[in-house]
Design a protein. Structure first.
Lengths: 331, 245, 292
């Protein structure tokens, strides 16, 4: 991939700026703004975890929401039913989702393309059915309402955070945890392991004959993606004050795929941009009309035919074009 | 040394490879020729683990590698290029080779470092040896056909093979490109002491550099020997050399 | 359990199966030839049902309005399929399969809302056509004539489909296209036309089955998604791309559904997807598909 970020644009620490801006929302915005921002942040992590499969490894999973859901339920159950602290429940969610990804992924990576996608969908719906029906553990169709917030009193030690509400404090905690998770994922994508994944995406046959056990790598990617999706789910459960079976419905898997492609799956920061755009768009549209699916479908068509690179892809192409036009022609 | 004993493979009753035996000595350059459909690519696929043989054995320096997974055979020192150019189209030329080196040195378990920092010198050297230094930053999928084949050779060499299997290395090339590729192959094989086994349609290529030729016909070994021996073999003439492709 | 009860369940399973076969056959063939998994197939089914209802409203004075209405609906959906294929799908053939899937999913979203917009969110129904409205007694059970008609129609279409694919020139080309598109192209056949044709035929079948289901089930939003999931399962069981696979897959699934519900009340949700997962793990190409 060509080096991006050369020139003036590349030297501005965009991620730091966005992070700082995002952390000011509880003060600058309303409670609803904080809610939206939190949703964007969590969806960003969810989408980036999917992109480890989609954009980096070339695996099209239709069932990624399963791991999101497993994480949400594990964290919710541990905190609500067993009264465990967040600091235990949160990693447990990631581990639980990762274990489930290991088991289901083992079977999924033995298949290719359509069959792989369909099996991921099948597993995801199985999880949904279990969540929907297993009243004793998951609350069945009632779900798990009123997940308690973690104890965030320690936050008042930090100046300025004392007078914030619990929800605002949890938003900041979410922001911090997601930022750390994204940083970790970014390292993974840029590591030799991540590079091996891109070779598998580009040409699995060739990747095998440079010495890679393709299935093992795909399974590893699947587990990592699943674990981080689980962490996103855990945050979401607390953030929305409840975990319900329809979090795990397959249409959410479709939504996160659209988010990823909307932002641009060829770039690490594409999916978060897509998450921001989609959440914002959803909120705007559903205020005016009930026909959000129509809008989403049309947006998808636009993406497929006009902007296949997504928002970030379009921006990058636009910058390159502008730079070529503005810089005098020499060399 | 590569030794193949009685290798066979059938697909739903159709015998693709029917008991072929072949030995290629260390440092030898050998060619496998035969008309289309003679089973050459299947034969290669059986050696490199892409297909499971129904019978027979493949031995590399005395070690039995029959039916092992391709990635393990690769680590044992077998390199390969494919009939349809197999590169990583979305990575740059530099990244293609660097990735192959990373895989060869088993660095795939590193989840933390920056991939771009490793083996830069080795990658540069490889680029020079296959003649692609000027295209290092180009996206591999945008290269010309000939350059892509050069890159593929580079990828195969990155695994530091002792035996190199090349499936139609000069397919689709012009006369000059073919000539250049041949010289390159001979030079590299000589420099690295490689054992070379390749398939080809172009008879001039074969007779130019091969020290040993095996002729396949309908999955069976029709003849084997030096170029002179094969040229003079009446069976071969009848089946294959009569109509020059 | 009384034999008559078992027989009733059996017949119910067959009826479900034949409807599914009509829909899933189009899905399976389009996948076999074009390697496209058409999510919008369920939407075509739904549009067929709505169009049939609409046509019935227009043809109201004519007592024999049902059959023309069904035909009109099927043709309408076939036209829709032609438009979709030529205008949209065709441009994505060279690209990765993900994009084609997303296109069909976009259509699901769009068509679903279009249907809601035109016909609202309430339940609509169509009365059984005269002549098939009654029922007959078989083995001590009451079997609706319409169901028997559907049960007979399924195999008829399967046989007709088999004859076309295996005994006509056009059918041969379709089968050839499913094996090796490039070769067929090189031989001068108009592969684009074959693809359009397949898609139109499959849309026709989807629209027809939607129209034919209206006397039995009410037309509601959401029926598109409900049916496509079941069509997927049937196609996985039978083997994607195989006509007879889809037929027997439908039969098996219909019976599993009919009898499974008796054993497990919460059957349909979990077990159906578990069945799909098991098949994909153990034998992904289903009963009659080509080994993957």
């Amino acid at each position: 991939m060509p080096r991006r970020g050369s020139g003036l644009i590349g030297h501005i620490p965009w991620t730091l700026i966005v992070f700082l801006l995002a952390s000011t929302v509880p003060w600058l915005g309303s409670r609803y703004d904080t809610f939206l921002a939190g949703q964007i942040v969590i969806d960003a992590l969810f989408a980036v975890s999917l992109n480890l499969l989609l954009g980096t490894t070339g695996l099209v999973s239709f069932g990624h929401v399963a791991y999101f859901g497993v994480g949400a339920y594990v964290c919710g159950i541990l905190m609500k039913t067993y009264g465990m602290p967040f600091i235990v429940a949160f990693p447990a969610a990631g581990i639980g989702a990762g274990v489930f990804a290991l088991v289901s992924g083992y079977f999924c990576v033995r298949l290719t393309k359509i069959y792989f996608a369909m099996l991921t969908l099948a597993f995801s719906q199985i999880i949904w059915a279990i969540c929907y029906k297993w009243d004793a553990v998951t609350g069945g169709d009632q779900g798990l309402p009123e997940i308690p917030y973690p104890n965030l009193d320690w936050m008042s030690v930090i100046p300025g955070l004392g007078e914030l509400t619990d929800s605002a404090r949890f938003y900041l905690l979410t922001l911090a945890l997601v930022a750390v998770s994204l940083a970790v994922l970014r390292r993974i994508v840029r590591s030799p392991f991540g590079r091996m994944l891109t070779t598998i995406r580009d040409n699995p046959e060739r990747a095998a004959f440079i010495g890679l056990n393709v299935r093992a790598y795909q399974l590893a990617a699947f587990v990592i993606a699943g674990a981080f999706a689980g962490l996103a789910g855990a945050l979401y459960g607390i953030f929305s004050r409840g975990v319900f079976a329809d979090y795990v419905f397959w249409s959410k898997s479709a939504e996160v795929i659209i988010m990823t492609i909307l932002g641009g799956m060829d770039y690490f920061w594409g999916p978060p941009v897509g998450a921001m755009a989609l959440v914002w768009l959803n909120q705007q549209i559903t205020d005016y009309t009930q026909y959000w699916p129509f809008v989403l479908g049309s947006l998808l068509l636009l993406l497929l035919f006009v902007f296949p690179g997504g928002i970030v892809g379009g921006l990058v192409a636009g910058f390159r074009l502008a730079r070529r036009r503005l810089v005098p022609r020499n060399a | 040394m590569l030794e193949v004993r009685e290798l066979r493979k059938s697909f739903a009753g159709f015998v693709a490879v029917g008991g072929v035996s072949l030995t290629v000595a260390d440092g030898q350059i050998a060619a496998v020729i035969g008309p289309n459909g003679a089973g050459k690519t299947t034969f290669f696929n059986l050696i490199t683990g892409h297909l499971r043989p129904d019978g027979g054995r493949v031995l590399l320096d005395g070690r039995d590698i029959t039916g092992l997974a391709p990635h393990r055979i690769c680590h044992m020192g077998v390199g390969r290029s494919f009939q349809r150019t197999n590169i990583f189209p979305r990575l740059s030329v530099f990244e293609n080779l660097q990735a192959a080196l990373l895989a060869h040195h088993r660095r795939g378990g590193d989840f933390w470092s920056d991939a771009g920092l490793f083996y830069r010198d080795d990658t540069e050297a490889l680029l020079v040896s296959i003649g692609l230094e000027t295209s290092a930053a180009a996206v591999a999928g945008t290269l010309s056909y000939g350059n892509q084949k050069q890159l593929e050779l580079g990828i195969a060499l990155a695994s530091d093979p002792r035996v190199l299997l090349l499936d139609e290395p000069t397919a689709g090339m012009s006369a000059t490109e073919t000539h250049d590729t041949l010289r390159l192959l001979q030079r590299i094989a000589g420099e690295r002491g490689l054992t070379l086994l390749f398939t080809e349609h172009d008879m001039e290529v074969v007779f130019a550099i091969a020290e040993k030729i095996a002729v396949l016909h309908q999955g069976r070994l029709l003849a084997e020997g030096t170029p002179a021996e094969v040229r003079g073999n009446p069976e071969v003439r009848r089946v294959y050399l009569g109509g020059h492709h | 359990m009384a034999a008559s009860f078992l027989f009733s369940q059996f017949m119910g399973g067959l009826t479900t199966a034949m409807f599914l076969f009509l829909i899933a056959s189009g899905l399976s063939l389009v996948f076999g030839v074009m390697r496209v998994l058409n999510f919008a197939h369920g939407s075509f089914y739904m549009i067929g049902a709505y169009l049939a209802w609409q046509a019935m409203q227009w043809l109201h004075p004519l007592a024999a309005g049902f059959w023309p209405a069904a035909l009109l609906a099927a043709l309408g959906v076939a036209l829709l399929g032609a438009i979709v294929e030529r205008l949209l799908l065709r441009h994505l053939y060279g690209r990765e399969e993900l994009y084609q899937l997303l296109l069909t999913y976009a259509l699901v979203l769009i068509l679903g809302d279009v249907a809601k917009f035109i016909w609202g969110t309430g339940q609509l129904s169509v009365s059984t056509p005269p002549g098939l409205g009654g029922s007959i007694q078989i083995l001590g059970t009451t079997q609706p004539l319409y169901s028997l008609f559907i049960i007979a129609l399924g195999p008829a279409i399967a046989v007709a489909g088999w004859l076309v694919l295996n005994r006509t020139g056009a059918g041969r080309m379709v089968r050839a296209a499913s094996y090796d598109r490039e070769m067929l192209d090189a031989l001068g056949a108009d592969v684009g036309l074959i693809y359009t044709g397949m898609f139109v035929v499959s849309s026709f079948l989807a629209g027809l089955s939607g129209a034919l289901v209206t006397p039995i089930e009410s037309i509601v939003p959401g029926m598109d998604v409900l049916i496509i999931v079941q069509a997927f399962i049937v196609v996985v069981i039978g083997g994607m791309g195989s006509l007879w696979g889809t037929f027997w897959g439908s039969v098996i699934y219909g019976q599993v559904l009919a009898f499974g519900i008796l054993i497990f009340p919460g059957f349909s949700l979990f077990s159906v997807f578990a069945l799909m997962a098991v098949i994909l793990i153990v034998r992904p190409w289903g009963l009659f598909g080509r080994p993957v």
